[in-house]
Structure formats: C-alpha cells, structure tokens
Design a protein around this ligand. Structure first.
Ligand code: PA5
Length: 424
C-alpha cells in the first residue's frame, strides 16, 4: 500500500547502494521480526492485532460512545507519543464529526495557551482523556490538574468523574488517583513504548470519539503489516527506506528533511519527527529529522536545500490520488494578470507540477526519495504509521542504537525538576 520511489536517488546514495547494503545485512529483517537484539520487551506494536484486535476495538468503541453521549469536546491530555499520532490523523483527515471535537492539552506549559484552551471550553460539554505512561511528565501532569479542577468546578466531583478517562501504567500514581476519585482507568500497553502507540487505544480512543473510522485505520495497518511480512527483503519498501537512511548517514549526511506538498500532513510530520528523533538520536548518531511544508517553505528553506551546505537527504511524502475535495479549477480571467497559462487548470495538477519540478531540482544536488500513499484516508494513514514504525526500528538497528529508549530526555528533566523544587 505504501510505495518507495527511488527515482530521485543518485547523488551520494543510489539504488545500487541500497541493493548492496541489503546483501550485507541478509538477516536484519528476520531478526527485527524476532525482536533481537533490542526489541524483546517492546514489540507489542509489531503485530497490529495485539493491541487493536476485534475485542479491543469493541471496547474502544464502547468507551468512546459513552463519552460521546454526554459530551461534545474531548480534551486529549498528553505529550510526545501520547498525543502525536491522534493529532496527526485528525489534522490530516479533518473532523469526521463536527459535533465531537478533540482539543489538546498536556503538550505545553504556556499560560496563554492554557488560558485560551479553558476559554474555548466555555459553553461546551467536556470530557478529559489523560494519557501518561508513568505520570511523571510535567506537561500532562500539570494540565490534568488544571482541567480536572476546571471540570469539578463546573459539574461537581461525581459528575466530573464520569467524564474523566485515563490511560496509564498499572501501579502508577495515575492508577491510584483514578481509583481514589472514581475515574475510568485504562491500561497503557506495557510492551509498547510511547512513540510506537499509534495503533493502540492510546490514540484510537480519541479518534473514535471524533468519529474517525478506526476500523478502517486498523485495517490499513493490518494490511501493511501482512504485506511487509510477506515481501522479500529486496522488495520491502520499509526495509529499503531504512537502508537508504543508513547509507545517507554513512555518506556524511546529517539531516533528513521530510517534505510534503500537502499542509494537512504537517502534524504527521511532527509524529514522524518524534519517532525518528527519539528512537535514533543517541550516542552521537542519527540523522536529524526535520520537516518542510511545501510549497510555502520552498520560498524559505528551499534556498538552503538547493544551495546550502548539502548535509541533507530529502524524503517526499506524496499522495497519489486526489480525494473528493482535492479538486479546484482556476477559472480564466479577462484581466491580464500574467497567469493566463493557468486558465482552467486544477490546483491538484498545479501542486503536482510543482512537486515534480522540485524533486528534479533537489535530486540534482542531494539524495531524494518519495514515499507514496494512494489516498489520504483512514486506511492509508494506518498503513503509513505501520510502515514508518517498522522502518524506524530497522533503521535504528542498522545504526546500532536501541530504538526503544530515550536516555537523553532525562538531562533537562532533572534540571527542570530541581528548579521547580520537585522531591524525587
Ligand atoms: O516515546 C516516548 O516514550 C515519549 O515520547 C513519551 O511518549 C513522552 O515523553 C510522554 O511520556 P508520558 O506518557 O509518560 O507522559
């Protein structure tokens, strides 16, 4: 379902280099499926059905329906792996159900932003979904308290409790709080690290609340999983992409730019950025994951990409087929504005022409690959999540780092906790 187009390779890394690298690591894919050396405790996401099988989906639907009956706004409180995937789908697909919106907290400490959020809740029937793997992270912890107090002040303790659902680790302070206060507690998948939870209740619950077809999303991921399990190494696009990244790093490149001509994929870029940044950026290694929103940023970053330090490889995320709202024809004009060549041309085609021209220009100075999805819908989003998680895992193994830990995040946290007077 997801294709890797290597047409833009040649500079620094070629298709032949990928073939050679595949031959040098004949058992990589096999050992990844088997979970060695790093995956043994963290591979719950590798089999989509483990956390998104029919029973689990029924449970998620039931919980989402219960919240939807009483409320019109769900505040998703979470940061990093706890909110990025749901937000990526909601921005890419738009709200399926305008009567059930999802808004975000727990991803900022900005007083202004939190004030505006509280204001935006006025006049709405609100539910809270707090996702916190270990409930020690400052942003979700502080937002959860703020929003819980808000809800209790509006509804009283008992009615507020009926609208609060948490997703956390058994035995954590969050579970204790839920049991003391009568909130619904659901289990954060214990064998899935935060940034690999895209296809679990952590994200599927808010998506179901918003009316996204989570069955289709999971179906797409499941189909991608069986495809990637079935394909031989040389035809496996997720594995080829991992080798491409590894070769780019070994040839001295330090940055990967994920670029899309579809602004609706900007939040998907943030999900991708976290996945690769936190999984690979350790021990002085890894490509720095950056994102670009084209065509707008061709007028800023575009200059650097074409003509700067040439430290980059570029991966384009392209949608092959237009959806029903993806056409808009520019009418002809009786005013001589210099754009007569666009009379009657569809913006879909203008955007595509821009993409192909940029690919050609950039491929003349840096390695460019295109990851192509058929359409921008639930099934393809599910497939895309699975594709990138598998690639990232393989890519980190090629790099020789543990894809599932994040030791570097601790350094600033200790200083911040000290500054705020937290007792360990
Ligand atoms: O991938 C990860 O594990 C992290 O990015 C976490 O998702 C993020 O730090 C949030 O952690 P928590 O859910 O414990 O607040």
């Amino acid at each position: 379902m997801i294709r890797l187009n290597e047409e833009g390779l040649g500079c620094k890394v070629s298709t032949q280099d990928i073939e050679r690298s595949l031959a040098q690591h004949p058992s990589l894919m096999e050992s990844c499926w088997a979970g060695t050396p790093h995956g043994t405790d963290w591979l719950g996401w590798l089999s989509v059905d483990q956390w998104a099988g029919p029973q689990e989906l029924a449970r998620i639907h039931a919980l989402a329906d219960r919240l939807r009956k009483k409320t019109d706004t769900l505040v998703l409180i979470g940061v990093g792996g706890s909110n990025n995937a749901a937000r990526a789908v909601l921005s890419a697909l738009g709200l399926a159900d305008p009567c059930h919106r999802v808004v975000y907290a727990g991803n900022t400490l900005s007083a202004w932003t939190l004030r505006k959020l509280l204001e935006s809740l006025e006049g709405h029937e609100v539910a809270l979904f707090c996702v916190a793997k270990n409930f020690r992270t400052l942003e979700p912890g502080s937002s959860f308290r703020l929003l819980r107090q808000h809800l209790v002040s509006q509804l009283g303790k008992r009615a507020a409790a009926e609208r609060i659902v948490c997703n956390g680790t058994p035995g954590s302070d969050l579970e204790r709080l839920c049991s003391d206060e009568g909130y619904t507690f659901t289990t954060f998948p214990p064998n899935v690290g935060g940034r690999y939870t895209a296809l679990t209740a952590t994200h599927l619950l808010p998506l179901a609340y918003a009316g996204i077809d989570i069955d289709a999303l999971v179906k797409g991921a499941r189909a991608e999983e069986s495809e990637l399990r079935r394909l031989p190494d040389h035809a496996n696009p997720a594995l080829r992409y991992a080798h491409l990244r590894s070769l780019a790093g070994r040839s001295g490149l330090t940055i990967e730019l994920l670029a899309s001509f579809e602004p609706r994929l900007a939040d998907f870029g943030l999900w991708w950025q976290q996945l690769f940044g936190e999984s690979e950026g350790k021990q002085g290694r890894g490509l720095f994951p950056a994102c670009a929103r084209y065509s707008e940023e061709l007028h800023s970053l575009g200059q650097y990409v074409q003509d700067g330090t040439h430290q980059l490889m570029e991966t384009f995320l392209d949608i092959a087929e237009p959806g029903p709202d993806d056409h808009l024809v520019l009418g002809s004009s009786d005013v001589a504005d210099g754009f007569a060549y666009l009379d009657g041309v569809d913006f879909w085609d203008i955007n595509k022409a821009s993409f192909h021209a940029v690919l050609k220009a950039h491929a003349s100075v840096l390695p460019c690959a295109t990851i192509e999805i058929g359409r921008l819908d639930e099934q393809h989003m599910g497939a895309l999540f699975y594709f990138f998680m598998l690639s990232c895992y393989c890519s980190a193994e090629l790099l020789g780092v543990d894809p599932f830990d994040q030791p570097g995040v601790e350094a600033y946290k200790q200083l911040m906790h000290h500054a705020l007077g937290r007792v360990e």
